[in-house]
Ligand binder design. Structure first.
Ligand SMILES: Cc1ncc(COP(=O)(O)O)c(C=O)c1O
Length: 415
């Protein structure tokens, strides 16, 4: 048996936390649900479900538009999320926080608005070998449009970025370095502060894809000195369809609007439109109000538990899970970075990940199988797909044991 550090139970009261997540109380195919797919989307605590329900039941109105009581209440609740996000990622001002649909839209906003204005033929954009498709394709599209060049920071066999090679890629034509804070496919935590510092030294900007970092690490955009930072509400235990793009005020002010419509304008005539101030300049149309309010409840919930405690607990669980999986014959963990968060990606000799996922599902265990929207990562490791068990603070050592036992069954069936 693997051992979980004896102090782990003093870090978090996980059994109590689990009571906050109704979805975890069910059985799947007659077995207790073991949810190990939080990197795809995290489960929602009652605080989030209740906040969304309260909005629809009691406060429902459009925001920023009405003088009536309901509109004032819903505006206040929605804007309160911006205030919570300011604390959550330590931005200087709430005006630097743009509500978007998620990390994907945040990155597209920057590639589209900043990119179209600032990137010219012959310029270079750097991404990393670890990226999710959402931090590759928008830059590729921009490079195609502008005749710019996309360059890639390579990684080593552990799934760590090679900074010496990155240094060689930087040059006076580099405009942007866009990279992930935590890899969704491998769990690698990148040295974000160092990567940003190197980009700045070369005169480039840096965008951080924080989709997988925000649920697991304490993020401080000022300490990182990130120019842009994007994350999704649904991965931080909030609802889908909402997220945040952080950008430095000076940069956001200099960028043209991303979309046109209501709320993003100050005056409109057929001859000319003038735009609203930050952050509204980038928020056209009626937003996902319920989602924004739900995300505020999620950030509050996570903040109350404490991201330092969450990181410490998940680290113990990750070590426990790594040990447990390493003992399974024929199983190989893909992604063994020194600095790693909450994801166990693996392959099993002679067994397709989809078969692994299907057999585990029959035992109530939810894992992700496939390329995890990171096909270049799969190509690098010469695998078509992996099985990924991703962890959150509501997971337990007993669930890791269930996964290990489930993989034992997979071997019996297929090996
Ligand atoms: C690292 C990373 N970046 C970006 C995204 C895209 O997030 P969303 O689909 O919520 O926009 C994901 C989603 O899995 C991710 O893991």
């Amino acid at each position: 048996m693997s051992t979980l550090s004896s102090q782990v139970s003093t870090i978090l009261d996980v059994e109590k936390i689990r009571q906050d997540f109704p979805v975890l109380k069910q059985t799947i195919h007659g077995k207790p649900l073991v949810y190990l797919d939080s990197a795809a989307t995290a489960q929602k605590p009652l605080a989030v479900i209740d906040a969304i329900r309260k909005f629809h039941e009691v406060d429902c109105a459009n925001i920023h538009r009405g003088v009536h009581e309901l509109s004032q209440r819903s505006t206040a609740a929605y804007e309160e999320t911006r205030a919570r996000t300011k604390k959550f990622i330590n931005s200087k001002s709430r005006n630097e926080l743009i509500f978007v649909r998620g990390a994907t839209e945040g990155i597209n906003l920057v590639a589209s608005s900043w990119g179209r204005k600032n990137v010219k033929a012959g310029d270079e954009i750097i991404v990393s070998a670890l990226e999710h498709h959402s931090n590759i394709v928008p830059w590729q599209m921009l490079c195609e449009e502008k005749d710019a060049k996309l360059r890639v920071i390579p990684m080593n066999e552990r799934g760590e970025l090679i900074l010496e090679e990155y240094e060689k890629l930087l040059n006076p034509r580099t405009r942007m370095v866009a990279f992930t804070h935590v890899s969704n496919a491998l769990g690698t935590i990148t040295p974000a502060r160092e990567i940003i510092e190197m980009a700045h030294r070369a005169g480039a900007l840096a965008l951080v894809d924080g989709a997988q970092a925000a649920p697991h690490l304490k993020v401080d955009v000022q300490a990182l000195d990130a120019d842009f930072y994007a994350f999704s509400g649904h991965k931080v235990f909030g609802p889908t369809g909402i997220g945040i793009l952080y950008g430095k005020t000076k940069l956001l002010n200099a960028m043209p609007p991303y979309q046109g419509g209501g709320d993003m304008i100050r005056t409109v005539t057929f001859e000319k439109t003038t735009y609203n101030d930050l952050p509204y300049k980038f928020e056209a149309g009626t937003p996902n109000i319920a989602g924004g309010i739900g995300m505020g409840a999620a950030l509050d919930y996570v903040t109350k538990i404490g991201l330092e405690k969450i990181a410490a607990y998940e680290h113990e669980l990750l070590l426990y899970g790594t040990e447990a999986l390493q003992r399974i014959p024929g199983l190989k963990i893909i992604g063994t970075a020194q600095e790693k968060a909450a994801a166990l990606s693996f392959v099993m000799e002679g067994i397709h990940p989809h078969d692994i996922g299907t057999v585990l599902d029959r035992q109530g265990i939810a894992v992700r199988t496939g390329h995890h929207c990171a096909q270049p990562v799969m190509d690098w490791f010469h695998v078509p797909a992996t099985t990924r068990a991703s962890l959150a603070f509501y997971n337990t050592a007993a669930e890791i044991d269930a996964l290990a036992a489930g993989l034992g069954k997979v071997r019996e069936l297929f090996a």
